[in-house]
Design a binder for this molecule. Sequence first.
Ligand SMILES: Nc1ncnc2c1ncn2[C@@H]1O[C@H](COP(=O)(O)OP(=O)(O)OP(=O)(O)O)[C@@H](O)[C@H]1O
Ligand SMILES: [Mg+2]
Length: 401
Amino acid sequence: MMAPGAAPAILSGFGFAVRGFARAAAVASRSPGVSVRLIDSFNKELVDDIFAHALKKQTGVSLKYMLDFGQNPIERQMLLSAQFLHKELPVRLAHRVAELENLPYGLSAKKAILQVRDWYVESFRDLRSFPAVKDINDEMKFTEMLRHVYRRHANAVPVMAKGVSELREELRARQQLTELPEIHQFLDGFYLSRIGIRILIGQHIALHEPPKSNHIGLICTRCSPVMVAQDAINDARSICMREYGDAPEVSVYGSPDFTFPYVPSHLHHMLFELVKNSLRAVQDRFADSDDPAPPIRLVVAEGGEDVTLKVSDEGGGIPRSGLANIWTYLYSTAKSPVDPRHVDDADSGPVVLAGYGYGLPISRLYARYFGGDLQIISMEGYGTDAYLHLNRLGTSQEPLP
Ligand SMILES: Nc1ncnc2c1ncn2[C@@H]1O[C@H](COP(=O)(O)OP(=O)(O)OP(=O)(O)O)[C@@H](O)[C@H]1O
Ligand SMILES: [Mg+2]
């Protein structure tokens, strides 16, 4: 049973293929009476503090640092971690608020975007008003506050997506079809930063939980790509079953005993998205065929520098001219079962992400966050190979937009 108001998870996204290369004129679609500038909603002192922090440099960490640091989470370490977050998070949040305040095409004035901006401001305020973390008592309270911040931002991705899809609809209606490269670039940076913020907070919180074997906080020191792949395949296939009444097979090549340190939830997310895409492509191509659907192949390669996972399908591939589009947040060839204008109000509960054409761009950000990458190679008329490279040394610094 699904929660009331939740849309079903779906295999693919909105069918608004954004073609045309004309640059749209600025569209400032502001609802009358809605305060759109920060200064209209918050006091000047806070706004000045945000912009002062937005000028400060963000400090990155690496997977290896997180592993070393969380190895032995004694009180002193937790205190240091809290002090680092107390200083670092307001800087990262302020960068995002400043960006959200100044988006082109009137995007900053969309209700959904304002909602997200306000979450960032509230979290900034919570952190800045928290006194210096001096002892373990302060640290406990600080961690409680972080839990609250973490929960506050849970829906940021779909709510942002809602704002962006509204803009896309508006531009379509005005025949101002455009690729909106600035918006795409902003979203890449915004979501990448969000991954970073959530992993830092998530790691700190997880170190407070009872220790789990082979885990250092969120990082599994013995993460098995084959096992994670099996889970992701099961989840993706059951959605496919629900939507199509059938699902192609997925064969996995690799040893379940091979492990390396990684964040399993990130790996699951990426593989789930890739397998969903392949299932849809194969299912669509072979739906009316007398031939049986060829299995999707998931190969795990164990390199010295990278662990690479390949998801190969015979779903017909992607035309070369369309390849660049698959990485944008505005592109999907799928028919949408969800109309963005009728998705729940930004402030009235969860909105489901699936169906926004976000699968690939977000997965690539997850890969890049820890120094990996995602590539798609297609043979039109045959199928698609997705190569997911994961850096196994974990020494690369966080990319910070
Ligand atoms: N394996 C594949 N075979 C054929 N086309 C693909 C494949 N993977 C991706 N695509 C194309 O790339 C587009 C974008 O993929 P992406 O996963 O980002 O979004 P989506 O699947 O449309 O929606 P979402 O994943 O957000 O539910 C798809 O709509 C599809 O046209
Ligand atoms: Mg997808």
